[in-house]
Design a binder for this molecule. Sequence first.
Ligand code: B12
Ligand code: SF4
Length: 457
Amino acid sequence: MRLYLINPSNPLVAITNVKESRWNRYRVWKPLSLMVLAGLTPAEWEISIVDENLGAPNYEAMPRPDLVGITAFTSQASRAYEVAAYFRSLRVPVVMGGIHATMRREEVMERVDSVVTGEAEGVWSQVLEDARNGKLKRRYDGGLAEINDVPIARHDLLAAGYACGAIQTTRGCPLNCSFCSVTAFNGAHYRQRSIADVVREFQLIRERYVLVVDDNLIGTRHDHIARAEDLFRAMARANLRKQWFAQASINFADDEELLALAVKAGCVGVFIGFETPTPEGLSELGKKFNLLKGRDFRASVRRIQRHGILVAGSFIIGLDIDEPGIGERIAAVAARYGVDTLNALFLTPLPGTRLWDQMKSEDRVALDTFPEDWKYYTLTFPVARYKNLSLEGIIEEMISCDRDFYSMPRILHRVWDSLWRRRTPMISLVGNFSYRNNLRLNRKAYADFKSHVKAGA
Ligand code: B12
Ligand code: SF4
């Protein structure tokens, strides 16, 4: 039995435009969901993982599979349906799962043979069995998996073409920010995989650099942090020789021992969501956690960096309180906090979030010709109607934010700072130049986007 597991591309995502910007080679990440699905698949299935981000293959030249499984974030849905239509035209059954299938089940059911909602661990073997017997059901629901059922991902199946490996050590997030789908999809209960499994899986990853995909590697409570410390100790003992990046909340900065252990375990960088410069903005986004303890963000960032860890900061433009000038303000605040890279994104109503419900009820979802428009839901296009910023205006804010933060003098200052303070300057260099290079690609993308919006108006 032959199984294709496919990660559809989104041609609008600059990161995947490796040809246009060679720096992006370092930012194409492995589709871990498909590697986990492969880990759940019995040996009688011959599995191929196809990641279209590395270039779409000529499906016609490939042997006919017995089953196709497609994953998709919302931004990949339009392409996912094209791929599904092609295989269905060959009468190959197509199953789709992942975040978009879960949040837009009815839409997806119209376009594939079977939909798997939620996490797949509890239902995938049944799906395969039913497919083998020609008895696929229209819908399966995996809900939230038992964390011990998460298998070791098949790292052997995606051998070449990536700079980084990927691993997941926890699922779920209790914070439930208004714009984010994680709590709705993975639940508020923070689930941690067994430390032995995580260490064993790390040892199977070939790449020296690894992305830990957890939404928050350390968690928010004392017992979460104690477990993270135990994990780091075990990783250090195993002498993995990996350098890894992870996402974490700002409380990562509050514990010197945690930071020291993270470094011993191989941590070289963290992505932190600062989201917005003001407490009012954090309240609007439901991320009051960042405000606890009257936090001094600059001091927190410095404390993390003192351990040699890079800090990548993420901010959002387009909040109801955002006024003209917000782009420059974010660039200035991010520079003041001292982050090594800045990822500024447009506030985007993703299906399944509280923000989606709110914007839908206020008729503020501007790009709503679905499924075609899903390709713009990359957070790099302003798809909503923003309170104080016009379409032109918000794009200008984004451009000025990136232009300010990624000006050559500022880049050189940051790279010099990371060299001086021994924070892996090469990664800082690649990160900064990759963003800078994409500014040109982004301008072109915004121009095309504006034409698309005008044509539809
Ligand atoms: C790693 C990651 C990335 C990587 C992608 C790597 C990759 N190619 O997969 C990078 C950094 C490139 C990325 C980019 C983006 N991401 Co992202 N990302 C994540 C993150 C943190 C982890 C994903 C992961 O690997 N999880 C581990 C695997 C094991 O879990 P899983 O994917 O959920 O898979 C399970 C189930 O969903 C299911 N399943 C999944 N696929 C399938 C398929 C079948 C057939 C079946 C049966 C089951 C099934 O089974 C799996 C096992 O239980 C998630 C958050 C999260 N917790 O999921 C956000 C997340 C998926 N990203 C998100 C977003 C918005 C984006 C971007 C659009 C914007 C951005 N800049 O962040 C871009 C889009 C890029 C694009 N190509 O269009 C949103 C998506 C929301 C939505 N409705 O689409 C999420 C949920 C975060 C959030 N804040 O809401 N991302
Ligand atoms: S943005 Fe981060 S902290 Fe907020 S709910 Fe999503 S994963 Fe949790």
